[in-house]
Design a protein around this ligand. Structure first.
Ligand SMILES: NC(=O)c1ccc[n+]([C@@H]2O[C@H](COP(=O)([O-])OP(=O)(O)OC[C@H]3O[C@@H](n4cnc5c(N)ncnc54)[C@H](OP(=O)(O)O)[C@@H]3O)[C@@H](O)[C@H]2O)c1
Length: 327
């Protein structure tokens, strides 16, 4: 099968298309013929051994993905496709089912086929969705959902979502809206209308206004793009407010300390706990018209290097899809 492989950490150019062995599903696994996948920030950070985040985070990243060289040669976590074969113990799926999901730390989705445990984060695709639309359901939404669940987001609580136009941010706005929160979203000028259309009650353009200086306070501040620090936005939290980061070593340290002190708290779950139930929940939300993944650009698998370079600009709006076979 065709797959995008890499042998060493480095720039996008370490990725190349190659013919590799097709995986054989174990008894409890399904073999999925992948029609569409994505390039996300988890892929790019892993490929680069998280070098942009500093030496300490880079070392931690290598402990997970392989110290000297990558443990998994094929990147890609999200997929949408058709079940090609099932292991003898699988009862939930049958050949021909259209499915979507995420392989998480096991990666392997930048390929024509992926083997997934049937009990893992895989589900039948929502009705009326194309493979390209279904591929980016999981990454941003599962990351956002994990964070919002930690903060026990409820109706009428106030939340500020910073970086509301990224994969996590666009999902975060929709989920916070679904949970009934009062949502203030922060993004750049070009994405204001989009973010408003996703359900934000109000939007702030960070190129024009600094939300930390307007005197407003929030029950929760969710930094969906890894650009804030607890120290910078502490004054914009209510007395028992919660800061939810998605990146940053200092934030990780605050998450160890602040829950013991009372008052304003940083909550940061590493690794994030994401379950099959969460994936089924997203499918239900989509079918109820309450959530849709935002797609920015689509590239053919052959253009994975260009797609990766674009994701690394940190300017994508929502998600970037890689198409393996046309819908
Ligand atoms: N995706 C994952 O699997 C994953 C997993 C764990 C952690 N993370 C971390 O989560 C964060 C977000 O991931 P993501 O995939 O959602 O990001 P993303 O899609 O790459 O975010 C891109 C968006 O960020 C906005 N942005 C860029 N610089 C900004 C700034 N200085 N202030 C406010 N917004 C800014 C851009 O919007 P404008 O054009 O509006 O500026 C753009 O729309 C990253 O720090 C990443 O390391 C990601």
């Amino acid at each position: 099968m065709r797959a995008v492989v890499y042998e060493r950490y480095g720039p996008p150019e370490v990725l190349r298309l190659e013919d590799v062995e097709r995986p054989i599903p174990a008894d409890g696994e399904v073999l999925v013929k992948v029609h569409a996948t994505t390039v996300n920030r988890f892929d790019t950070a892993t490929r680069d051994a998280n070098r942009r985040s500093g030496v300490a985070i880079s070392l931690m990243s290598r402990l997970v993905s392989g110290v000297r060289r990558p443990r998994h040669r094929i990147l890609g976590t999200e997929f949408a496709g058709e079940v090609e074969a099932v292991g003898v113990a699988v009862t939930e799926f049958a050949v021909g089912d259209k499915v979507f999901g995420t392989s998480g730390l096991a990666f392997g989705a930048h390929a024509e086929f992926i083997a997934m445990p049937a009990s893992g984060r895989i589900a039948r695709m929502p009705a009326e969705m194309s493979f390209e639309e279904a591929a980016p359901i999981c990454d941003g939404a599962l990351n956002a959902l994990t964070c919002l669940k930690q903060a026990d987001l409820k109706a009428n609580r106030t939340i500020l979502i910073y970086g509301a136009s990224g994969a996590i941010g666009t999902a975060g706005v929709q989920l916070a809206r679904y949970f009934g929160a009062d949502v203030t979203a922060v993004c750049g000028t070009k994405n204001l209308e989009l973010v408003r259309s996703l359900g934000a009650d109000r939007v702030i353009d960070y190129t024009q206004k600094d939300f930390t200086k307007n005197g407003q306070t929030y029950n929760i501040i969710f930094d969906a793009v890894g650009k804030l620090s607890f120290t910078r936005c502490r004054g914009s939290l209510t007395l028992r407010g919660i800061f939810l980061p998605t990146d940053g070593l200092a934030n990780l340290m605050w998450a160890l300390v602040t829950p013991r002190l009372g008052g304003r708290t940083v909550l940061f779950q590493i690794p994030p706990r994401q379950t099959k139930q969460d994936v089924l929940f997203l499918k239900e939300l989509i079918e109820a018209g309450k959530y849709r993944p935002v797609i920015d650009r689509r590239y053919p698998l052959e253009d994975v290097v260009q797609a990766t370079r674009y994701v690394e600009t940190e300017q994508k709006t929502g998600n970037v899809v890689l198409t393996i076979t046309q819908d």
